[in-house]
Ligand binder design. Structure first.
Ligand code: NAP
Length: 254
C-alpha cells in the first residue's frame, strides 16, 4: 500500500547525484516509479548506473544516465547545461553523492581531508549553484540534501566526515532562506546507519556497537530514506523548508 498517488510526479524532472548505488539508487528508482523523468548521476560506476537505467525502463520509467564528478565545478556546469538543452526546467535536485573516510584526527591525511570536503560539501554546493537557474524556472521546485546523523552528533574517528555533514545543515538553511520567495524549498535528510556499500566497510565489531545504539533495533534500508524524500518533494510538504529530518531509527537520541 502506498500513501502517494500513482504518477504524482508526472511531468517533473529530477536529478539525483550518486545514483549508481546505495541510497541514491533507491531515491532515483522511487522518483521514476512515481512518474518523474530522472537524471541518474554517477562518477565511476557506469555499469551500476546503466543497470539502474534498464531497471527503470522495465516499468516504463523515463531516465538518463549522466556521468560527472560533483566536486568538479567545470564538469557539473557543463552537465547541467546539457540538461537545460533537453528540458526548460528542473523540479527536483537530490544531492546524495558523498564519500566517507574514517581515521582519528591525528592520523588524517590532508589530501584525504580535501577529498571528503570536496565530494561532500563542494559537491553539494556545485550542484545547487549550477542547477539553480533551472530550478527557478519550475513553479514549485525542491532540493533535498543528504547529511548524516554524524553531522548532528559528531563521532570518534569520523571528525572530517562529521564536519562535512554538519556543513550541509548550514547550507540547507541558507539556500532555503535565499530562495523561499521563489517557491524553491530546500530540506535535508540525516540518515542513520543504512545498509549500503558505505557501511559494508564497517567492521563487525563496530557494526554491533552501532546497532546497539539504534532504538528501533535494526539497520536501516535505502528505501526508508527514499520514502522520506518522496514526501519532501511532494505537495504534502509544501509548507516545509530549511529543515533536517533524521531517518535513523532514533539513533540521534542516543
Ligand atoms: P555509497 O553506497 O558509497 O554510494 C555513493 C554514491 O555516491 C555512488 O553512487 C557514487 O558513485 C557516488 N559518488 C561518490 N562520489 C561522487 C562524486 N564525486 N561525484 C559523483 N558521484 C559520486 O553511499 P551511500 O551509503 O548510498 O550514501 C549516500 C549518501 O548518504 C552519502 O552522501 C552519505 O554520506 C549519506 N549517508 C549514508 C549513510 C549510510 O549509512 N549509508 C548514513 C548517513 C549518510 P560511483 O559509484 O559512480 O563512484
Amino acid at each position: 500500500m502506498t500513501v502517494f498517488k500513482e504518477n504524482f510526479l508526472d511531468g517533473k524532472v529530477s536529478l539525483v547525484t550518486g545514483a549508481s548505488r546505495g541510497i541514491g539508487r533507491e531515491i532515483a528508482l522511487n522518483l521514476a516509479r512515481y512518474g518523474s523523468y530522472v537524471f541518474i548521476n554517477y562518477n565511476k560506476d557506469e555499469k551500476s548506473a546503466t543497470e539502474l537505467k534498464y531497471e527503470i525502463e522495465k516499468f516504463n520509467g523515463k531516465c538518463e544516465v549522466m556521468k560527472f564528478d560533483v566536486s568538479n565545478s567545470v564538469d557539473v556546469k557543463s552537465s547541467i547545461e546539457n540538461i537545460s538543452k533537453e528540458f526548460k526546467k528542473l523540479d527536483i535536485l537530490v544531492n546524495n553523492a558523498g564519500i566517507a573516510k574514517a581515521a582519528l584526527a591525528l592520523r588524517f591525511k590532508e589530501d584525504e581531508y580535501d577529498e571528503v570536503m570536496d565530494s561532500n560539501v563542494k559537491g553539494h554546493f556545485n550542484c545547487i549553484k549550477y542547477c539553480l537557474p533551472l530550478l527557478l524556472r519550475s513553479n514549485s521546485s525542491s532540493i533535498v540534501n543528504l547529511s548524516s546523523v554524524l553531522g548532528i552528533t559528531g563521532d570518534m574517528g569520523n571528525s572530517v566526515y562529521a564536519t562535512s555533514k554538519a556543513a550541509i545543515l548550514g547550507l540547507t538553511k541558507s539556500i532555503a532562506l535565499e530562495y523561499a520567495s521563489k517557491n524553491l524549498r530546500v530540506n535535508c535528510i540525516a540518515p542513520g546507519f543504512i545498509k549500503t556499500d558505505m557501511t559494508a566497510q564497517v567492521s563487525e565489531e563496530v557494526t554491533k556497537i552501532v546497532l546497539s545504539k539504534i532504538p528501533l533495533k535494526y539497520q536501516g534500508n535505502p528505501i526508508e530514506i527514499a520514502n522520506c524524500i518522496l514526501f519532501l518533494v511532494s505537495d504534502a510538504a509544501k509548507y516545509i523548508t530549511g529543515q533536517t529530518f533524521s531517518v535513523d531509527g532514533g539513533m540521534v537520541m542516543r
